[in-house]
Design a binder for this molecule. Structure first.
Ligand code: ADP
Ligand code: ZN
Length: 632
């Protein structure tokens, strides 16, 4: 056992260039290398791949990996080859001759890992090939695809149970990032993994910073966020509609951001080109509907931004989970406002779905809104929703800059009465803008025309600005004290529960507006404490990671070397026809930029540089460092 563990560590260091296993990795690897079956649940970016790649290298024979997504398969194989591992795939992108050659090498025992699409494996020919191989293990990636209730259901996955029957002595490891217990039970049942040991890892993604702000001008807010904190970095922006995707992308491009729109309305070939560019080039921002993301394995996505409210926390967590797979700091950023609440509620109300379905959709939306409005730690809230207990994280907006709360009962009473009085005076109800204008005592044309400057609630809310009133209304909407009548120009109506507030029987603790205003002032404060100029997260990490304050003056020099290394990497990636991150991750380049190594062997110990990469790229990297020293 110990022997396996130390051999596994050596492979981790020599081949993959990493010093230590993460969390459960070592245990999973020794268990599988020892012949055991395993079910592995890890969040996206947790490091599932090594859990089968290392045992495949430890055991005799070839590790057979079943993976549903061709693009993922290809990237993984490219990355493995870069690390000197003998890996190949068999899927529909190979022509007959190429496939023959891969099969021949597999039979000859010349492969460590063979990736297969499930439909390929299940053919007569696929199974006949397996019969002839010495198999180290079966890895079933994205195992939740067996779940008929899940959104990624794949018919062929059900038939993978055949592996248990045909090859009872070959260990099997099933992996997924889908958290819930029902899916877990389904995987065990359908893949005949009753004897497997389960490894369930925390779903926390500590390197992701969660931030949610009030929406005033979403595009401007987004642009500022990207320019100030993520200039030149890769990111994904999610929007709800195709139109919004296109307009947002265009706005970003006009301001010099390398943005590409992506939604199901584009031709497949067009979508593919964009996805490939996003994967292979540095610093591209994809603006997309949720059609984008499944199977995106890019490790260095530095931010995921939502300019519209997701429908559920499941969706939000999956989408934000695409940030920071490499473990380096990343941000999940969102702006949301009244219109989002109104829109999502309307979508549910107007859907054709059955009543029970609608009830579930409403509950999911409420949980999502709860995250937006909570004054507690966002991460704690999220993990609790997924059934995990934790303390405040120190890495979300609420932890870093605790929002002020106040007894909002009186303010809520004013707003509720104003909605009521406007309707009473005119015989029909009014929308947000008008009600707030009356509250604030504004003599707009509409206010005057309706005579609402003469009702008792006119001007009783002049002490707060429009943004503050909107924030209060948003909270009353999320608490379902006020409803929006979608069939009638989105006018506001009191919900029955509002009576308790009006009577004073129920007191409301509200969160003070976390508006753009407050988001900006936070930033100002932070800036005073930290460096002089706006920093990218990357720059911020570098500074905090560095040995001490004396490292700060070196930051520009380091940044220049980092950029030079990226240029070099881009060239190599192009030459090899692979995504840049399969050559070396950003985190590796940063470490090199920090060290300024003078000789190739000084690169050993840089995370991500194993023996193969050292041999292949060592000299070239040192040359880049030298050139940079000369230039600087
Ligand atoms: P998952 O499949 O769980 O989403 P991956 O297997 O793609 O995650 O791993 C995510 C990232 O973490 C990859 O960039 C991988 O190289 C890196 N990684 C995995 N294990 C380790 C480790 N022990 N040390 C350092 N980096 C690791
Ligand atoms: Zn927190």
């Amino acid at each position: 056992m110990n022997d396996i563990a130390s051999r596994a560590t050596r492979i981790l260091q020599d081949v993959f260039g990493y010093a230590n296993f993460r969390a459960d990795q070592a245990e999973i690897i020794t268990h599988v290398a020892d012949g055991g079956d395993a079910l592995v649940l890890m969040p996206t970016g947790g490091g599932k791949s090594l859990c089968y790649q290392v045992p495949a290298l430890l055991r005799d024979g070839v590790g057979v990996v079943v993976s549903p997504l061709i693009a993922l398969m290809q990237d993984q194989v490219a990355a493995l080859k870069e690390a000197g591992v003998r890996a190949e795939f068999l899927n529909s992108t190979l022509d007959w001759r190429q496939a023959q050659e891969v099969e021949r090498r597999a039979r000859a025992g010349e492969l460590d890992l063979l990736y297969l699409a499930p439909e390929r494996l299940l053919t007569e020919r696929g199974l006949a090939l397996l019969d002839e191989l010495s198999i180290a293990l079966f890895a079933i990636d994205e195992a939740h695809c067996v779940s008929q209730w899940g959104h990624d259901f794949r018919q062929e996955y059900l038939q993978l149970a055949v592996l248990a029957e045909r090859y009872p002595s070959v260990p099997r490891i099933a992996l997924t990032a889908t958290a819930d217990a029902a899916t877990r039970r389904e995987i065990i049942e359908r893949l005949h993994l009753h004897a497997a040991r389960s490894f369930v890892q925390s779903f926390d993604r500590p390197n992701i910073r969660y931030r949610i702000a009030g929406k005033d001008s979403p595009r401007r807010q987004l642009l500022r966020f990207i320019q100030d904190e993520h200039a030149g970095e890769s990111g994904i922006v999610y929007a709800l509609s195709r139109k919004s995707v296109e307009e947002t992308a265009q706005m970003l491009v006009e301001h010099g951001v390398d943005a590409l729109p992506y939604h199901a309305g584009f031709a497949a070939s067009e979508r593919e080109t964009r996805q490939t560019r996003f994967l292979e080039e540095d610093g591209i921002v994809i603006v997309a509907t949720i059609a984008f993301g499944m199977g995106i394995d890019k490790p260095d996505v530095r931010f995921v931004a939502h300019v519209d409210l997701p429908k559920s926390l499941e969706g939000y967590y999956q989408e934000t989970g695409r940030a920071g797979r490499d473990g380096a700091p990343a941000q999940a950023w969102m702006v949301y406002g009244i219109a989002d609440v109104v829109q999502q509620r309307r979508l549910i109300e107007q859907s054709e779905a059955e009543e029970t379905h609608r009830r579930i959709a409403n509950a999911k939306l409420d949980a999502m809104l709860g995250l937006c409005e909570t004054a507690r730690c966002r991460r704690q809230y999220l993990l609790e929703y997924f059934g995990e207990a934790s303390g405040p994280c120190g890495n979300c907006d609420n932890c870093l800059d605790p929002p002020a709360q106040f007894d909002g009962t009186e303010a809520a009473q004013k707003l509720l009465s104003c909605i009521y009085r406007c309707e009473q005076a005119s015989g029909f109800a009014f929308g947000t803008q008008h009600v707030i204008a009356v509250l604030r005592g504004e003599r707009t044309d509409k206010v005057l025309a309706r005579g609402h400057d003469r009702i008792s609630t006119f001007g009783i809310g002049a002490d707060m600005d429009e943004a503050q009133w909107r924030a209060i209304l948003r909270q009353l909407l999320t608490m379902r004290l006020v409803t929006v009548d979608h069939a009638n120009w989105n006018v506001l109506r009191l919900a029955p529960a509002s009576r308790e507030v009006l009577s004073g029987a129920r007191r409301l603790i509200l969160r003070r507006e976390m508006s753009p205003r407050s988001a900006r002032s936070t930033k100002g404060r932070r800036r005073q404490k930290g460096a002089a100029a706006p920093m990218t997260i990357a720059a911020a990490t570098r500074i905090t990671d560095a040995a001490g304050p004396e490292a700060i003056p070196d930051a520009p020099r380091e940044e220049a070397l980092f950029q030079a290394l990226r240029d070099w990497r881009r060239g190599v990636a192009r030459e090899h026809g692979v995504p840049a991150y399969t050559v070396l991750h950003d985190s590796s380049l940063r470490e090199i930029a920090r060290r300024w190594p003078q000789v190739a062997h000084a690169l050993a110990g840089v995370p991500g540089i194993g023996a193969a990469k050292l041999a292949r790229y060592g000299d070239a990297i040192i040359q880049v460092v030298r050139d940079q020293a000369g230039a600087g």
